[in-house]
Design a binder for this molecule. Structure first.
Ligand SMILES: [Zn+2]
Length: 406
């Protein structure tokens, strides 16, 4: 590395360590920011010489990155941004902190994919899905798909691992000469009713989809979820045992296996490592308190709410909604979510914007009870499982509350 990059790396690590020592989080954003101020090419310098995989998409990228890093770990040490700091500052910090590793698996915010591809020259890019997110900030889904398409067009050397079930992803990845398709299912269809190529309606039947006006259609997947397992490109089925709940996470595991496969990792080697992943930055974490087994699920946009309903057991469920800056200030997305799957279980609501949620649930005919605090929620449910589904800062608040008491 050039001297300036060495200095920048060292300063970046120190800044991150100081920030951690001061109790200001994990320090990855500030550390990366300072490093990039000293050497604007620091990310490229740090990525050089490593085999890099990038993971991007609206939902599931933190979990899939964690599972992919576990799978690629079969081959050697892997640097990864495991706290979900998914912009170039976070990537810079993650690579600086780990020192030289042969591999890196990085979660990338979908808006930054082009920039991070240019800086890190990845061997593999995984594209998970695109759906509406934070209405006051995120780009339209079709614009996002166009950005990805343009980003990949300049890099035919990249092996793309892409979701065959999402028409937006298929269109974005479609011109790449080396694409491996996986099928992890797509529960949310509301952002892909219309073909991004021709504007015609997209039809769906039995897991298949096709455009009614142009040749865009679902490619045949090389990797696919079937029952509780994954079929590999040779047609062999592998049972996937995870500590993470739901069919969604079997899909994330399939994606991780597909990405690791591009590095030469076989499913039989990777699967025991996937089974050891228990929780990711508090997500899916289970905490026992007062005879209640509390499980935390993060849901941040309409598609991820549907997935959370799928993961949650049929048990009392606390929903918590905030609308602070990291959540997006606009709660009108609540009307994009169908809450009716919660009708036949006890539902409690809380959070800064509980009343927005209350109106939505009433319209959706879901009975609920409002609680002011997490403690009150705990006292209102019988011993046993309590599922908690919360959006970003609401999730952090409840995590902090549980940490404080435990
Ligand atoms: Zn079309």
């Amino acid at each position: 590395m050039p001297l300036i990059a060495k200095v920048a790396t060292s300063v970046s690590k120190t800044a991150a360590a100081l920030s951690r020592a001061a109790g200001r989080g994990d320090g990855s954003v500030i550390g990366g920011w300072i490093g990039l101020k000293i050497d604007p090419d620091l990310l490229a310098h740090l990525a050089s010489g490593r085999a890099v995989a990038l993971v991007s998409g609206t939902n599931g990228k933190t979990t899939t990155t964690r599972l992919t890093a576990a799978a690629v770990g079969v081959l050697g040490r892997v640097a990864t941004n495991s706290f979900g700091a998914n912009m170039p500052t976070g990537h810079t910090s993650a690579l600086a902190k780990e020192g030289h590793t042969p591999f890196a698996v990085l979660e990338v915010d979908e808006h930054y994919l082009a920039q991070v591809i240019d800086a890190t020259r990845p061997r593999v890019v995984a594209l998970l899905n695109l759906s509406r997110d934070q209405l006051d900030r995120a780009k339209e889904v079709a614009m996002m798909a166009q950005l990805w398409k343009t980003a990949l067009a300049g890099h035919p050397e990249i092996k793309v691992v892409a979701n065959a079930d999402d028409p937006m992803v298929v269109w974005a990845a479609g011109n790449s000469p080396q694409t491996t398709w996986f099928s992890a299912g797509q529960r949310w269809h509301d952002d892909s009713f219309v073909c991004p190529e021709s504007g015609h309606p997209i039809e769906r039947a039995d897991g298949d989809w096709w455009c009614t006006g142009c040749p865009l259609r679902r490619p045949r997947p090389h990797w696919a979820v079937e029952d509780e397992g994954v079929i590999d490109p040779r047609g062999d089925w592998h049972l996937v045992k995870l500590q993470l709940p739901g069919k969604v996470n079997i899909g994330n595991a399939a994606t991780a296996l597909a990405v690791a496969g591009e590095f030469g990792v076989r499913p039989i080697e990777a699967l025991p490592r996937l089974a050891r992943v228990a929780s990711i930055a508090g997500r899916y974490a289970q905490v026992d308190r007062d005879g209640r087994n509390i499980r935390l699920l993060l849901a941040k946009n309409p598609a991820s709410w549907l997935e959370a309903f799928d993961m949650a057991d049929q048990a009392p469920t606390l929903l918590s909604i905030n609308a602070r800056d990291p959540d997006g200030l606009d709660t009108s997305w609540l009307y994009d979510v169908d809450f009716s799957p919660l009708r036949d279980r006890p539902v409690l609501i809380t959070g800064d914007r509980a009343y927005d949620l209350a109106v939505r649930l009433q319209v959706n005919q879901v009975p609920f009870r409002h609680v002011k605090t997490f403690d009150e929620a705990l006292r209102s449910v019988p011993p046993g499982r309590l599922e908690v589904i919360a959006n970003y800062t609401a999730f952090q608040d409840i995590r902090a509350e549980l940490d404080r008491v435990n």
